[in-house]
Write a protein that binds this ligand. Structure first.
Ligand code: FEO
Length: 168
């Protein structure tokens, strides 16, 4: 039902989503070590969401009867200069993921593979939301990073985030 080219691109995207999960978990660990548990919670949930994205693609390949081939997941960075750098890297990473998703959509469109185009519509919408959230958090962390009281409140705000598998 779908071409080997699209199957390969989706298999690669599964690995990219799994890498994103590793990256965000590593960022979470950095904040844990700084006792900023609310921000650590935010990235921990972000990591879980990325695994859900990989699972959605896994299930799609299963549904269309194509072979699922998992790739190697690179070791994520674990040393960061400061909190602002982490949020900036998270935004940068989301932009890379968006480009990668768009590339699959373009390939699927060119091949007249409208099932894959339709499947990926959810991811296109998700990326708009993820980039908007990441961008807003870059602005916020820049506002609060030099003010311990403000940083405390920001940490409290991110502590309220909960994982929702239905929307991940
Ligand atoms: Fe799976 Fe954050 O994009």
């Amino acid at each position: 039902m779908i071409s080997q080219n699209i199957t390969r691109l989706i298999n690669e995207q599964i690995t990219k989503e799994q890498y994103a999960a590793q990256l965000y978990l590593s960022m979470s660990a950095w904040f844990c070590a700084k006792d900023l548990d609310g921000i650590a919670n935010y990235f921990r949930i972000q990591s879980k969401e990325e695994l859900m994205h990989a699972d959605k693609m896994f299930d799609y390949l299963k549904d269309v009867g194509e072979q699922i081939i998992l790739g190697e997941i690179a070791k994520p960075p674990y040393e960061f200069t400061n909190a602002v750098e982490i949020f900036e890297k998270a935004l940068e990473h989301e932009k890379i993921v968006t480009k990668s998703i768009f590339n699959i959509v373009k390939n699927a469109n060119d091949e007249g593979d409208f099932a894959t185009v339709s499947f990926l519509q959810w991811f296109i919408n998700e990326q708009v939301e993820e980039e908007a959230n990441a961008s807003q958090l870059v602005s916020k962390i820049k506002m609060v990073c030099d003010n311990p009281s403000a940083l405390y409140l920001f940490d409290q705000e991110l502590a309220t985030r909960v994982f929702n598998p239905q929307t991940a």
